[in-house]
Design a protein around this ligand. Structure first.
Ligand code: GAP
Length: 452
């Protein structure tokens, strides 16, 4: 079971502090959202899981954190200035603007008029002025994908790490797109985060690596709690491929509003590295930089045995963090009927993703002895560095359980009067609601084992 509608998720996110609309105080800004106290934890946990799997658990990937503001030439020669567009139409009657491939029957979704302009390309990149003079010449783009900064750092990374093919560079960070019609909560927004790997391989080995990465990425989403049955893989039709791609497989997910892209795995060939190499060479000639062997092979890698220089092919698994958060919330959302006829809402998040890993609850609020024992236990669990452990001193155990079910806390540990006498506590499991009594000395192990 998943959420029955996007409204269920939006309402839970606002009520419990996962996600708020940006600047709601002033009417909000369309297509922009803020992550609240629980949202930031969930999002960071998802990014940590990606980084662990892509960087720490492999020995062939390096990390990077590059700037968001990007030199215009990078996005000119990557093809984004020319081709990173969506088709825009205007309604001549009500003056609203739409993405033509998102409207049905070529009718204005606002006033239903068919009096629309012909579609024209609208570039999605945001521009901003750099420096104190705003004369239109000194501008930079806010990157529309994190990938280009990986390509422009390719040579820096191989020079400083002596990597050989195949190897990858991973990056997590913000990307910006001036979407014509942002919609469906955090699914299509104007500022979002991407988790991208550019994996560099020998030309000729690209198809083998592409298949491998598709499988690996599907398995990773399953490990995050996304059911295999909720995803489907599609081969993007040739006409819909991005300008740089030879082949792209999209991992589609059953979002509450429909089946849409969660992650794309593209075979970018040598399109970007090749283009930056050619234009870098032109730049050197124009700027009178002395020709040397290196400049001919600027973004190439040398085989240490054959001495041959290669411009590698690139396989790129690129996932949206925000779409990931939405999919994971949707997968975890349940409304269960209880034996007493009541209902409970529960988020069955995987423990490594839960915003709060455990809540330690003194049975009676402000009872000094109970609170002090609870605080001691919270501190000892917090020291294990498995994520946030909360001292929940709200004093109403039933309400606390309901709240922690709804935000996905895997276990609640209650300190009661018996705890003061025999050093035992009650542990309640979120999913089964079963409770067991354990000695405090066993809690650390129990807690750690819940992440295995
Ligand atoms: N570097 C390749 C690239 O950017 P993409 O398919 O345009 O490819 C990759 O984007 C991922 O970024 C998508 O699969 C999606 O998860 C996320 N994404 C793209 N546009 C988005 C938007 N407007 N809002 C939220 N996420 C977005």
């Amino acid at each position: 079971m998943t959420a029955s509608s996007m409204e269920d998720l939006v309402s839970l996110c606002k009520r419990r502090g996962f996600i708020y609309q940006t600047n709601e105080l002033y009417g909000g800004l369309q297509g922009l959202y803020d992550y609240g106290p629980l949202g930031v934890e969930l999002k960071n946990n998802l990014k940590d899981a990606w980084w662990s799997s892509m960087v720490y658990e492999r020995d062939d990937v390096e990390g990077l954190d590059s700037s968001i503001l990007t030199h215009p030439n990078v996005l000119k020669y990557s093809g984004h200035e020319e081709t990173f567009t969506d088709p825009l139409v205007d309604c001549k009657d009500c003056k609203s603007r739409w993405r033509s491939d998102h409207i049905e029957d070529q009718k204005c979704p606002s006033c239903e008029s068919s009096n629309l302009t012909e579609p024209r390309p609208f570039n999605l990149m945001f521009k901003t002025n750099v420096g104190p003079v705003d004369d239109g010449t000194s501008f930079a783009y806010l990157r529309p994908e994190t990938a280009q900064q990986i390509f422009t750092n390719f040579k820096n990374v191989i020079d400083s790490t002596s990597r050989v093919l195949p190897f990858g560079i991973a990056q997590i960070g913000k990307a910006f797109r001036n979407e014509i019609t942002p919609r469906n909560f955090i699914f299509r927004v104007r500022e979002f985060e991407q988790m991208e790997l550019e994996f560099f391989v020998e030309p000729g080995e690209d198809e083998h690596w592409h298949d491998k990465w598709v499988q690996k990425r599907v398995d990773w989403w399953v490990d995050q709690g996304v059911e295999k049955e909720s995803m489907e893989m599609i081969d993007v039709p040739k006409d819909d491929l991005s300008h740089y791609s030879k082949k792209t497989v999209d991992i589609m997910y059953k979002f509450p509003h429909g089946v849409e892209e969660l992650e794309g795995i593209a075979n970018r060939t040598d399109f970007d590295i090749g283009s930056h190499t050619r234009h870098q060479k032109e730049y050197d000639i124009k700027s009178n930089v002395k020709e040397n062997n290196d400049s001919v092979t600027k973004l190439a890698i040398q085989n240490k045995i054959t001495n041959k220089w290669t411009i590698p092919y690139v396989i790129e698994p690129s996932a949206g963090v925000d779409r990931g958060v939405l999919a994971i919330l949707n997968e975890a959302y349940r409304v269960e009927k209880l034996e007493n006829g009541k209902e409970r809402t529960v988020l069955t998040l995987k423990p490594h993703l839960s915003p709060i890993k455990a809540a330690v609850i003194p049975l009676k609020r402000n009872n000094e002895e109970l609170v002090s024992k609870a605080l001691e236990l919270k501190k000892s669990l917090q020291k294990l560095k498995l994520g946030r452990v909360l001292l929940d001193n709200s004093g109403n155990i039933g309400k606390s359980y309901r709240r922690h079910d709804e935000i996905g806390t895997p276990m609640c540990i209650t300190i009661d009067f018996q705890s003061l006498e025999d050093d035992t506590v009650t542990i309640r499991d979120r999913d089964t609601m079963e409770q067991e009594r354990l000695s405090i000395s066993e809690v650390s192990n129990y807690f750690q084992n819940s992440f295995l």
